[in-house]
Design a protein around this ligand. Sequence first.
Ligand code: DGY
Length: 327
Amino acid sequence: MSKPKVLATRPLFPAARAILDENFEMDYWTPPERISRAELLQRVADKDALVCLLTEKVDKELLAAAPKLRIAATVSVGYDNIDVPACTSHKVVATHTPGVLDDTTADFAWALLMAIGRRLLEGDAWIRSGTWPGWDLDQLLAGDVWGKTLGILGFGRIGRGVARRALGFNMRVLYSDAVRAPTNVEENLHAEHVDRDKLFRESDFITIHVPLLPETRHLISKENLEKMKRTAYLINTSRGPVVDEAALAEALENGTIAGAALDVFELEPKVHPGLVARKDVILTPHIASASVDTRTKMAVMAANNLVALFEGKRPPNALNADALELK
Ligand code: DGY
């Protein structure tokens, strides 16, 4: 019997390829540049399944171009690249990769927090410039991290991981989330549920862990930036459009807040020009989950979702399993 045909928009990793190659007739996109939209639409046309990245949109156009498609598996936990209701109406299962990247992403949010709070890159650049004259008492002074107030926007698995790490820094932790965490979680993490307004006003560091939804787009607006302390820092490892980059650039220019560390951007790979040349901004290329182990687990998870579906089982990470009444 012929195997289902699958397009993977990256060669993925050996562990995921081993699963896919055994079960499917694979078409991997291997050139170094990302697959173009036209190429994607053409290659997916005869496929039964798609393994894609957050850079590929699975929308009505793609679904119409792929009449045989039964599953679209994004190798990411965020699935704002997938129109899930459209998948459901085309009877396509949409899956993502939750759970495996939480600690890796929380580690990286902390790396950014420490780096911006303690002026790490400014120190590095100074030494590399060859102009550092040697130690002195008042060089690159910064605020402390320990003992300060950490505001966490979005208290899911990643937000909670960030809070857990804050215990070692003896911080006051505030969080806001539409759903309040159970009391035992709040107690264990020493985290206080507050409204967003209080979080913006009282935090020394604000770290974002919300999904991109219509209601979180530009959550970091001019208005909310103006509520923040002039000494506060913003850290974003979630999705770029949660931050209004133009408003952020303006806030930094005006001294409304002290700095920002961003791993994600509104219009990736572009970055607002007002952010690029600033010493009070750290920019990293969407790598918060980029450890070998984690990215491998994500790809394996996507592969296993495909295998489950074609074995007649409910893919473990389906976003629309109930809507499609999968057993
Ligand atoms: C995700 O998974 O959504 C991240 O942004 C990339 O790992």
